[in-house]
Design a protein around this ligand. Structure first.
Ligand code: SF4
Length: 431
């Protein structure tokens, strides 16, 4: 009987993309992939270190796994494994720790999956800056959308961010290798590919840029949607926005982090744009691409963010045609330069600001959804919920649910958008 392996991902979409690839490499090596939480011979935990809270969640996940399944071989890999070998080694029962440089070769270090007395540590403090290829195709059980990794690492040095240390310098996946995986994912039935990386707008594989990758992907027969995941302001060429306006495949959706709406704070964060740059770009995208959905990340409580700076952020978020926000609260991250900054914001005040922006974000989302009531949109349906509604996304990233007796999994349907129900638009079949 083949050995069972389960995988768990913490953190970002890029981690999800990498877990999917590792899952397939395990399957190719003869493992049976089972759901995380089910008894398994090997458990892989792909970790995140973006905040100290994320670190704590990783340790919790490892401990919980070992409590439930003390005999499972535990491999802790990825960003937290890159940054905290000693802490992870001290958790009794961990068998393998692999940092970011070698994690994709996990299968080579499993041996027979027999538990070890001492954890095997595969770690290189220095991460390669070479262009890369990935041998395996991501395995996404039952998913309609698949993530496609095109890039890794970051050369920007935002003062709050540990990711350039955890993931290393910016590097790009070779263009042919991207296309090879994209074709394979489409053959496996995926209709939508979401491009992922740490800083995808800086893509530079074999002299090609991000727009070239989009061109090549657009030529893949059978691929219906290409979605750009989070992309840094200042890295998106106007050409990409114009392409978005014309293309049948490139989704009219951007997720572009503002972080703050105050120039002083942006400077202290070492972001590479001013509020005006950001505003002009968002307005250009909004005016150029019909119906575009624009999401953003915003951080509250960065050192030095007083009332005035916070109000500036709130105001710009109110003014801009942004359809949803993800709100983050600043916390000190050892190893980043903002730790040493003065004027830290009171924790209660940070909580309050977080709540204010979350509420504002909800209102913005409702306003955006309301603008679409009465119109039609193509929805890629993903799954049926417990109340019998099929749920899916429009190209501009609105969540739609619709009642239907038909099996709509992985089907694109044109629907009439009728009303708002919580986080969803309710759709009705057309025709
Ligand atoms: S762009 Fe800034 S926030 Fe994003 S990964 Fe790079 S350093 Fe971190």
């Amino acid at each position: 009987m083949s050995l069972r392996a389960s995988l768990h991902t913490l953190g970002c979409r890029l981690n999800q993309a990498e877990t999917a690839i590792i899952a397939n490499s395990l399957r190719q090596a003869g493992f049976q992939i089972v759901d995380f939480g089910e008894p398994s011979d090997v458990t892989v935990i792909n970790t995140c270190t973006v905040t100290e809270q994320a670190d704590a969640k990783c340790r919790q996940a490892v401990r919980k796994t070992l409590r439930k399944n003390p005999d499972t071989f535990v491999a802790v890999i990825g960003c937290y494994a890159q940054m905290a070998v000693d802490t992870i080694s001290a958790i009794d029962g961990v068998d393998l720790i692999i940092g970011n440089e070698h994690k994709m070769n996990l299968v080579d270090f499993l041996d027979s999956g027999t538990k070890l007395e001492q954890p095997l540590v595969v770690h290189s403090p220095k991460i390669s800056r070479e262009e890369f290829t990935i041998e395996t195709v991501g395995l996404y059980d039952n998913a309609t959308r698949a993530n496609l990794k095109i890039q890794d690492g970051c050369n920007f040095v935002c003062s709050f961010c540990i990711i350039p240390t955890a993931r290393g310098p910016a590097r790009s996946r070779k263009p042919d290798d991207i296309i090879k995986e994209a074709r394979a994912l489409v053959e496996m039935g995926h209709r939508e590919l979401v491009l992922t990386g740490v800083n995808i707008g800086t893509y530079a594989g074999e002299g090609k840029n991000f727009a070239d990758v989009l061109d090549a992907l657009e030529n893949i027969d059978g691929l219906e949607r290409i979605r750009i995941s989070s992309i840094e302001p200042t890295t998106i060429a106007e050409q990409v926005i114009r392409k978005m306006a014309e293309s049948d495949k490139l989704c009219n959706h951007l997720h572009i982090p503002i972080q703050s709406g105050d120039d002083g704070i942006l400077k202290a964060m070492r972001r590479k744009y001013t509020v005006r740059d950001f505003t002009e770009f968002i307005e250009f995208a909004h005016d150029t691409v019909p119906g575009i959905g624009i999401g953003t990340d915003v951080m509250v409580g960065f050192p030095g963010e007083g009332r005035e700076q916070f109000i500036n952020t709130k105001k710009i978020l109110g003014d801009l045609p942004i359809s949803y926000f993800h709100v983050f609260t600043y916390s000190d991250r050892q190893g980043t330069s903002s730790v040493k900054m003065d004027n830290k914001v009171d924790p209660q005040e940070k909580k309050k600001r977080n709540r204010i922006l979350i509420e504002q974000g909800k209102r913005k989302k409702t306003t955006f959804y309301r603008q679409h009531i009465g119109s039609r949109a193509d929805v890629l349906f993903e799954q049926k919920d417990e109340n019998g509604y099929w749920r899916g996304y429009t190209t501009n990233y609105m969540e739609v649910k619709m009642q239907s007796d038909e099996d709509l999994h992985n089907c694109v349907r044109c629907v009439q958008l009728e009303e708002i129900d919580g986080n969803y638009l309710i759709g009705r079949p057309v025709g």
